[in-house]
Design a protein around this ligand. Structure first.
Ligand SMILES: NC(=O)c1ccc[n+]([C@@H]2O[C@H](COP(=O)([O-])OP(=O)(O)OC[C@H]3O[C@@H](n4cnc5c(N)ncnc54)[C@H](O)[C@@H]3O)[C@@H](O)[C@H]2O)c1
Length: 253
């Protein structure tokens, strides 16, 4: 049920902290994985690690905010693997600029990387999955800040609320083609994009609000990503938003 042999996955932001763990999970389950990122050096490291463990991977360079670059990635993936079964949208960026100091170039940058990229990748890879005619799985990486929004990360929260909306919209639109569209809502995992934001007072509030009283380990996303990628394990699951957050979303006083 949880094996992904004879499938091809594309992980955008697969060179990041969460993206690399999710790429490894897909490869361990038997999928061929294309690691897509702007930083090729990091993407190659993830790729080599997967291959050392007996998996199959390739590293590809693309800016996820540029449709033409995603289209080139699709062409290369098709030459390499012949098809696309799973798309994971895991690029992301963040900032804690106070609301009244926010300039629109920063707003655009965050919205582009976190939200526009999801729309563009869904157009490029979603179309391919629909044309293949036997379904597929799109997995968007949302955040606990999607609703209700977290303090301090205004634009990020708006972008992730948008990711939830795109997930539900496309789940309906793509359902007749058996392409499933779901989101994972991770809690807090120390990574590149949030390390500046995790100040000691912030970490204290996060821990108080996380019943498990700890950060997540990227390895803890592996089960959910394989479940959502597997056409057998999650065949009737679309438009879902699955929390992997140590109980953050269940917390109140
Ligand atoms: N770490 C967490 O606690 C957490 C929590 C909730 C959601 N998320 C989400 O998980 C996803 C992965 O983030 P992460 O925490 O692993 O951070 P990360 O910074 O390690 O990874 C983000 C990746 O996105 C890539 N990226 C940024 N801009 C890009 C662009 N224009 N084109 C292509 N790639 C681009 C970066 O190079 C990096 O590899 C993001 O969507 C993030 O918002 C993370």
């Amino acid at each position: 049920m949880f094996e992904l042999h004879n499938t091809v996955s594309v992980v955008i932001g697969g060179n990041g902290v969460l993206g690399s763990a999710m790429s490894a999970a897909l490869a361990e389950a038997g999928s061929k994985v294309a690691i897509v990122g702007r930083d090729m050096e990091k993407a190659r490291v993830v790729c080599e690690q997967i291959e050392r463990n007996g998996g199959k991977a390739m590293a590809l360079k693309a800016d996820a905010t540029q449709k033409a670059e995603l289209q080139s990635v699709l062409n290369e993936v098709l030459q390499w693997g012949g098809r696309v079964d799973t798309l994971v949208n895991a690029s992301g960026t963040n900032s804690a600029t106070p609301f009244f100091d926010l300039e629109m170039d920063e707003w655009d940058r965050i919205m582009d990387v976190n939200l526009k990229s999801v729309v563009l990748a869904s157009q490029v890879f979603g179309k391919q999955m629909i044309e293949q005619g036997n379904g597929g799985s799109i997995i968007n990486i949302s955040s606990v800040s999607s609703a209700p929004p977290l303090s301090r990360v205004f634009t990020y929260s708006v972008s992730k609320a948008g990711v939830n909306s795109v997930t539900q919209y496309l789940a309906r639109e793509f359902a007749p083609s058996k392409v499933r569209v779901n989101a994972i809502i991770p809690g807090f995992f120390p990574a590149e994009q949030n390390k500046k934001i995790l100040s000691p007072d912030r970490v204290e509030s996060i821990m108080k609000h996380t019943p498990m009283n700890r950060f997540g380990d990227p390895e803890e996303l592996k089960g959910t990503i394989v479940y959502l990628a597997s056409a057998k394990a999650s065949s009737f699951v679309t438009g879902a938003m699955i929390r992997v957050d140590g109980g953050f979303g269940a917390m109140t006083i």
